[in-house]
Design a protein. Structure first.
Length: 126
């Protein structure tokens, strides 16, 4: 008899829901323009967060490393690499504000839109 099967919990709907938690989804069209699944995931989350942010903040929102990790599943190093990629591409701005200083972000939607249009034009047969 297999002792592992005798002690392992049975997979039931409640356990399955706990294991699966919340899904992490992102806009697949952002992968080619960012060159990275992790950058596309972070940018997708940033776009969603910016849409829900206080309109008086002119697109700026603050999010901690732990919040990014909780929402995306990305490690600190994956976040830092993705943020660097997004900053260099002009898709994301970062600023430190406040006392104590917190990192604030702003998506550059015009730059994202332009990159998507360029990608679509490159794929269109002439």
């Amino acid at each position: 008899m297999n002792t592992l099967s005798a002690t392992a919990p049975r997979l039931n709907p409640e356990l399955l829901l706990q294991i699966l938690d919340l899904p992490v989804s992102f806009h697949r069209c952002l992968v080619p323009i960012t060159g990275s699944v992790t950058a596309a995931l972070l940018l997708s989350q940033a776009i969603c967060t910016a849409q829900e942010a206080d309109p008086t903040l002119n697109g700026w929102f603050s999010k901690s490393q732990d919040e990014w990790g909780e929402e995306t599943g990305l490690s600190r190093w994956e976040q830092e690499t993705a943020r660097r990629v997004l900053r260099e591409a002009g898709f994301l701005e970062e600023q430190r504000f406040g006392m104590p200083a917190k990192l604030w972000y702003r998506v550059c939607p015009e730059r994202v839109w332009r990159a998507l249009q360029e990608r679509a034009a490159a794929l269109t047969p002439r």
